[in-house]
Write a protein that binds this ligand. Structure first.
Ligand code: QAP
Ligand code: CO
Length: 184
């Protein structure tokens, strides 16, 4: 298992469409495990393969994870697909490991039905609302090269990209920001 490097905006790989997975190889299973380890290591609840530089249709989600209790409920989804979206909408303040330290409200369908294949090759169909519904939409967007900041105005988006660029490769723990001083 390994913690992988997470690409950040404006890395062009994040704008590319990911390819369907035909064979659930050991390589794919290892990638999924590494993505989970990466996600937990940097406090995420969702991660898509393109974020670690792999353009395949694989996402991991754990909306149950709590750092304090170490409670985990990881879901690995291969070739996830949203089948149905509710007309009712919901607004959630979203973040993304590829857009560290930045959070903005995004409005999406409140409930979705989605399907995916698990690492044993079994198909699942799930109806979700709440955080899981938002997370699945956010992560499947990554497979289409779409980020949550693409729902914002170009002005807001550019400001966010500039801020992330300025962070360079630094980690985004609050302590880090303090050490390096000067916000502009
Ligand atoms: C996507 O996002 C998501 O900026 C997953 O400094 C977003 O895990 C699903 C994170 C909203 C559902 C609702 C972001 C961690 C994690 C940061 C994440 C940061 C540290 C984001
Ligand atoms: Co994201």
């Amino acid at each position: 298992m390994a913690v992988l490097k997470v690409l950040r905006v404006p890395n062009p790989v994040l704008k590319k469409k990911a390819q369907k997975i035909d064979v659930i190889s050991d390589e794919i299973k290892t990638l999924a495990d590494d993505m989970l380890e990466t996600m937990y290591a940097i406090d995420g609840i969702g991660l898509a393969a393109p974020q670690v530089g792999r353009l395949v249709r694989l996402i991991v989600i754990d909306v149950k994870w709590r750092k304090d209790t170490q409670e985990k409920e990881p879901i690995i989804m291969i070739n996830p697909e949203i089948c149905d979206r509710s007309e009712e909408l919901n607004t959630y303040c979203e973040g993304c490991l590829s857009v560290p330290g930045q959070y903005e409200e995004v409005t999406r369908p409140k409930r979705v039905t989605f399907k995916y294949t698990d690492t044993d090759g079994a198909e699942h169909k799930v109806e979700a609302d709440g955080l899981l519904a938002t997370a699945v939409q956010h992560e499947t967007d990554h497979l289409e090269g779409k980020l949550f900041i693409d729902y914002l105005s170009p002005l807001k988006r550019n400001i966010i990209i500039r801020k992330v660029k300025k962070m360079g490769d630094r980690l985004y723990e609050p302590d880090d920001a303090d050490e390096n001083g000067k916000e502009e």
